[in-house]
Design a protein around this ligand. Structure first.
Ligand code: GLN
Length: 477
């Protein structure tokens, strides 16, 4: 699939810091892989080759002069195109942001750069992160590197595909309802949705602010731990950032699962889950048991309402967040004879169908007369889900479920049926509503030979324990 030898992020950083590999040669190799493979895969909206080479040379100069470039020294990183990058276009895969160049970097971009990482480009996504297949991009879909006739999942499908194809060892995505975990599962890579507030959202273009979190895609669990340790931590510029510094995840990665109580989440593991996906979950449970975990069935009854609550709350917040694209402040402007006419013309031609659908759903759910019946009710359901999880955490340290009910589906299969598309998120959305941590770990393949992901769920700030289970699963394959 690719000429790049599959070095992990951790290996690259060690090799670059020791002078065994130059950052420049690492970056050049990945840029060649992108040039060869991306015309078909279309993981990237923008490849920043010149900036990446210049940055790599800076890292090499630092090494040559005896300075430590940091824990991500020379590691190529692919950024979802809803993360602001100073001087580099950020489109959210939408026409409405065409021509907009952010004047600042997102907090995660600053942190990765400060740690020595090299940004190689911005990745394709569903427009404004609304979707589960990356087919809602204004720039055309991304293809799954494992099978080009299939979707990579979404909305962070470009970052997942970039990592799966070997274009970059690290991708960043955003997860509002599953947009890191689901594409990670469908592309066969590791994807992490950290606890809400663990990673700063400063510079992430907002979709649904009470649900959005940024997290990594990598090929190994240890790489995700290393990236999370770099990007997490307090940030005064995000009012929802957790104030206290968190323990490093990488330090306890090899502590195993002996004695941990792990629940199989019944509501997310039964009806609607394809038999081959269910079989992989059973295999994962067996591996955790063999490693000394105590596994039992767990129930979070209100989780079955997760999808319904999510598809009211997320559009409601989106309808408010997207009000700022009015033709005045960002990107596209379509002129008209009056200002309201200009606003309407800009929004009508700048937004795609799914974004318009979400804005209409959200505006309806928030409107006087319907607020209590829709948005208010959904918020009550959200509290029920939070409470049900709180009682399950009294009995279990971790929970497991499939990440996605099916493997990667064919391009075009669900585009005409929004509800079928929304069903892709049934296993992932509950955790966004509660703010808890969850990740997807690749665990073999289904009947069609395509990757299956197992989801591990942890209580808020349970990342260290969650990663221990992920490491056990990875090692058991
Ligand atoms: N697929 C879900 C949606 O369309 C989740 C998106 C996301 O997590 N950004 O809303």
């Amino acid at each position: 699939m690719t000429a790049v030898e599959p070095m992990t992020a951790v290996e690259i950083a060690v090799a670059v810091k020791s002078g065994r590999r130059s950052a420049r040669s690492v970056v050049d190799e990945h840029l060649s892989a992108i040039q060869a493979g991306d015309p078909e895969v279309h993981a990237f909206n923008l490849v920043a080759a010149a900036q990446a080479r210049a940055r790599a040379d800076e890292i090499d100069a630092a090494v040559a002069s005896g300075r430590d470039p940091g824990p991500m020294a020379g590691v190529p990183v692919a950024l979802k195109d809803n993360l602001c990058t100073r001087g580099m276009a950020t489109t959210c895969s939408s026409r409405i942001l065409e021509g907009w160049v952010p004047p600042y970097d997102a907090a995660v971009v600053e942190r990765l750069r400060d740690a020595g990482a090299v940004v190689v480009g911005k990745t394709n996504m569903d427009e404004f992160a609304m979707g589960s297949s990356t087919e809602n991009s204004a720039f055309g879909p991304t293809r799954n590197p494992c099978d080009h006739s299939r979707v990579p999942g979404g909305s962070s499908g470009g970052s997942a595909a970039a990592v799966a194809a070997g274009f970059a060892p690290v991708g960043l995505g955003s997860d509002t309802g599953g947009s890191i975990r689901q594409p990670a599962a469908l592309c066969g890579v590791v994807g992490v949705k950290p606890t809400y507030g663990l990673v700063s959202r400063y510079g992430l273009v907002a979709f649904a602010s009470s649900l959005d979190q940024i997290g990594p895609f990598t090929t190994t669990v240890a790489d995700s731990a290393a990236v999370l340790d770099v990007i997490s931590g307090p940030d005064g510029r995000d009012s929802t950032s957790i104030g206290a510094p968190q323990p490093r995840v990488a330090d306890t990665l090899d502590d195993g699962v002996e004695g941990l109580r792990i629940g199989v989440l019944a509501e997310l593991s039964g009806d609607g889950v394809a038999p081959d996906v269910a079989a992989r979950l059973r295999a994962a449970v067996g591996a955790l048991e063999s490693a000394g975990a105590r596994v039992a069935e767990a129930s979070v009854p209100a989780a079955v309402y997760g999808l319904s609550a999510y598809y009211l709350i997320a559009p409601a917040e989106a309808s408010s967040n997207l009000a700022r694209y009015d033709g005045v402040r960002y990107g596209l402007r379509v002129d008209a004879s009056s200002t309201p006419g200009m606003n309407t013309a800009t929004r009508s031609s700048g937004f795609g169908d799914e974004v318009k659908r979400r804005i209409m759903l959200g505006t309806y759910a928030l409107s006087a007369g319907y607020y209590d019946a829709y948005y208010g009710k959904a918020q009550k359901v959200r509290t029920l889900i939070v409470n049900d999880f709180a009682s399950v955490w009294e009995q279990f340290d971790l929970l497991v479920s499939p990440t996605s009910p099916t493997t990667a589906f064919p391009l075009g299969e669900r585009t005409a049926d929004p509800l079928a598309m929304y069903m892709s998120d049934v296993c992932t959305v509950p955790v966004n509503l509660t703010g808890q941590a969850a990740m997807s770990v690749p665990y073999g393949v289904g009947h069609d030979g395509l990757p299956v992901g197992v989801q591990i769920l942890a209580p808020a700030l349970g990342e260290p324990v969650m990663f221990r289970a992920a490491a056990v699963l990875e090692a058991s394959l």
